[in-house]
Design a binder for this molecule. Structure first.
Ligand SMILES: Nc1nc2c(ncn2[C@@H]2O[C@H](COP(=O)(O)OP(=O)(O)O[C@H]3O[C@H](CO)[C@@H](O)[C@H](O)[C@@H]3O)[C@@H](O)[C@H]2O)c(=O)[nH]1
Ligand SMILES: [Mg+2]
Length: 227
């Protein structure tokens, strides 16, 4: 919906900053014109942490993907132990989404990627969070692992890197072991648009055998254990 169209339906009265610490929490009071033409006064809290980007690294020959596991405090206690398996992601910090995700993926996984491909943008929690997330995919070369990844320890990041067969990742999605929205979206995209479209029958059979063990066949260069 174009912004001009939205403004015909919204008149903002007051914006109150409830918290401005790490990110910003605001309370906005506005009039909203309902579809039947009546105006209604509403107030909504919004959490503004800027915009972000995420990426799925995949390798068609190995039929594998790179995911990370890290502790997410907001999920801890929400019927979860807090250790989420995710696609690498980061906040944009004023840079372009492409530049940020290339830097972020290397920082978090150690893989250096060249061209990245944008597949979509989405609001991930539109009832309360202002963030628009940019989704990317890129093929990774196992030999292009230039570091261990892990994130920035001083900032509390403690990221484990996982290389998984796509079939194993899809099974983890079905079992609930993977419970992160952006990761589910990208894995479903990859299975349908990347792996299914291009897999040779022989490669599929090999991957199924690997899936039973839940492991990847040996790669070229490995810097730390990814199993
Ligand atoms: N001190 C402090 N540090 C924080 C706080 N919240 C986050 N941080 C730190 O801020 C850094 C943010 O790291 P990024 O890698 O840039 O972001 P992210 O947390 O991975 O977020 C990404 O994934 C989110 C969830 O899917 C996305 O919402 C987001 O857009 C982004 O893509 C991390 O070091 C994190 O520990 C806080 O309240 N206080
Ligand atoms: Mg991150």
């Amino acid at each position: 919906m174009p912004v001009e169209h939205v403004s015909e339906h919204v008149r903002i009265h007051q914006v109150e900053t409830l918290s401005d610490d790490w990110y910003v929490l605001r309370k906005t009071t506005f009039d909203y014109r309902r579809r039947d033409g009546r105006w209604q006064t509403l107030s909504r809290e919004t959490y503004d942490r800027g915009h972000g980007a995420t990426i799925l690294l995949y390798n068609l020959a190995r039929r594998s993907v790179i995911l990370i596991r890290q502790f997410r405090f907001p999920c801890y206690g929400a019927q979860h132990d807090g250790f989420l398996i995710e696609t690498p992601a980061g906040l944009l910090d004023q840079a372009s989404a492409e530049q940020r995700i290339q830097a972020e993926v290397e920082e978090e996984t150690g893989y250096r990627v060249g061209a990245v491909r944008k597949v979509f943008e989405a609001f991930m929690s539109p009832g309360s969070v202002t963030e628009r997330l940019h989704f990317f995919v890129a093929e990774y070369d196992p030999a292009a692992r230039v570091g261990n990844g892990g994130g920035i320890a001083e900032e509390g990041e403690d990221i484990e890197v996982l290389e998984l067969p796509i079939e194993r990742a899809m099974a983890m999605l079905a079992s609930g072991e993977i419970a992160d929205g952006k990761t589910i979206i990208l894995l479903q995209y990859a299975e349908r648009a990347l792996f299914a479209a291009k897999a040779a029958p022989a490669a599929r059979a090999g991957a199924v055998a690997g899936q039973e063990r839940g492991l990847m066949p040996p790669a070229g260069k490995k810097i730390n254990s990814q199993e």
